[in-house]
Design a protein. Sequence first.
Length: 328
Amino acid sequence: MLIKTSLSLAAVAALTVGAGSAMAFEPEGKVECIAPADPGGGWDFTCRSVGNVLQDLDLVPGNVQTLNMAGAGGGVAYAHVVSKRAGDEQLLVAASTATTTRLAQGQFPGMDADMVNWIGALGADYGVIAVAADSEYQDLPALMEAIDEDPRSVKFAGGSAKGGWDHLKVLIAADAAGVDELPRIPYLSYNNGGEAMTQVVGGHVDAFTGDISEAQGFMESGDLRVLAVLSEERLPGEFDQIPTAIEQGIEAVGPNWRGFYMPADISDASREYWLEAMDTIYESDQWKELMVSNGLMPFHMTSEEFETFVKEQIADIEQLSKDIGLIQ
């Protein structure tokens, strides 16, 4: 059940803890959020924006400190949480479809989805394919036609590792457009979406694959032109002028949920606190405004429902990766 933002989360927790139970959890001191990438990408956006809302709603005692921990497509952060942060009840870690993609492909050696607590998702950030403002490609079909004629002719840059979610979005779109030889399409991996877009805007790479929230700044400056958003229908607000791939005749959809996991071995009381916090954030006016201004679409799950979704998505991406030859 969703709770109103006007009701103190601590009060809700206190009401739901029965007589004789352990004292309800409430964070004290420093709360940290690990963004498994350098500043400027989607995970960094997730930590900083949610951290601000947590502060605005008085769900944390002070500021939420964002720690950028880049490497291995999120693998460095995942290994850090699994091996060194078990039981840390004041640590959130930004996650997304990129996280489940790496898990699906076995890219976090010796680790799986059961080694952390999946807390919740707060929106979906749809994928985009974009080019520099002066690019010769005016729409997605033209770009895909060039790839079909010569798979090596268009180089893509993204903020995920090779085989990661940004890379997969290109392959999903190309596959839907009838392009052959998908493994031959060049994909260059950068530490975050900001760095990848800089390469495209600078003329070093032909096209960007990432998410709408990452592309917003370069779109507003006029340096980046989005050819398509990989959503079922056009996004709301200022993004409603961007055509979908579907309306251009290419049946490609690429939602990237934004959410969090926490370390293993946290108490039931702390887990319940953060699950309720996710509900409170999602229902708040602050978060709703932030979603619209950043192109996020409604998508919310917590607790067992979210954990089930994560594991099903891992299974689906594993099969997709096999189908297009990324893994055996």
